[in-house]
Design a protein around this ligand. Structure first.
Ligand code: DX5
Ligand code: ZN
Length: 217
């Protein structure tokens, strides 16, 4: 399974967004971080910007909802054309129901875990999801340092997925660059969000290729 690279447009220059999307057209999906000043102490963008980008982007969007009450908002992103919709386990009492609503609305559901959140309570409902996002920073801001202490959880999840033969992508998000991506790949990640390291590179396409090759090595 070849590594997938999802640049996070949180790190893009929004004054020239069209050109920024062109710079990353060799990526796999575009990672779209929704923040609400409530689940996380930051605000980013929501549905109007999502619709604008979806209408003009050459790549589909991987939506990461860092919001409270995801059950209320997640299906709307699926209906509006998201390829996948990720929400946080910490933000809902019934993640399986939210996942089913996302799937029914036409997108792939994914479950995100903050660095301090264990996977064990969710092992029985993994079959509802197409992807699990193991956050490698505290959600809320781009440009933070990768947290290696999240790696045992990633490895445990990879072992479970392989033992049960589950069709589940394992994504990491936060502080992913050409060095940390190797660590995450060794511990079982196959899908990688990268904000600053892609948009901060002079040549974004070369950086995407470097990340992919490093993860696949
Ligand atoms: C953090 C967001 C990330 C962020 C990653 O809360 O979920 O997607 O944009 O940015 P970098 O790669 O700069 O850590
Ligand atoms: Zn994200």
């Amino acid at each position: 399974m070849s590594a997938r690279i999802h640049p996070s447009i949180l790190a893009a220059d929004f004054a020239r967004l069209g050109a920024e999307l062109e710079r990353i057209r060799t990526a796999d999906l575009i990672h779209f971080d929704v923040m609400d000043y409530h689940f996380v102490p930051n605000l980013s963008f929501g549905m109007p910007i999502f619709e604008t980008i979806t209408a003009s982007s050459p790549l589909p969007l991987d939506v990461h909802l860092m919001i409270s009450d995801p059950g209320r908002w997640a299906p709307g992103y699926a209906e509006a054309g998201a390829a996948s919709v990720t929400f946080h386990a910490e933000a809902t009492d019934d993640p399986a129901a939210v996942a089913r609503d996302i799937r029914a609305a036409g997108a792939r559901p994914a479950l995100a875990l903050k660095p301090g959140t264990a996977i064990e309570p969710y092992l029985e409902i993994l079959g509802e999801f197409d992807m699990v996002l193991v956050m490698t920073v505290e959600p809320g801001f781009g440009g933070q340092a990768f947290m290696p202490e999240t790696m045992p959880k990633l490895r445990a999840l990879r072992e479970r997925v392989d033992a049960e033969g589950l069709e589940l992508r394992l994504q990491v998000d936060g502080g992913i660059d050409a060095t940390t991506i190797a660590t995450a790949a060794e511990h079982g990640a196959d899908t990688f969000v990268a904000g600053s390291s892609v948009f901060g590179a002079e040549n974004a396409a070369a950086q995407i290729e470097l990340l992919r090759e490093t993860a696949d090595a």
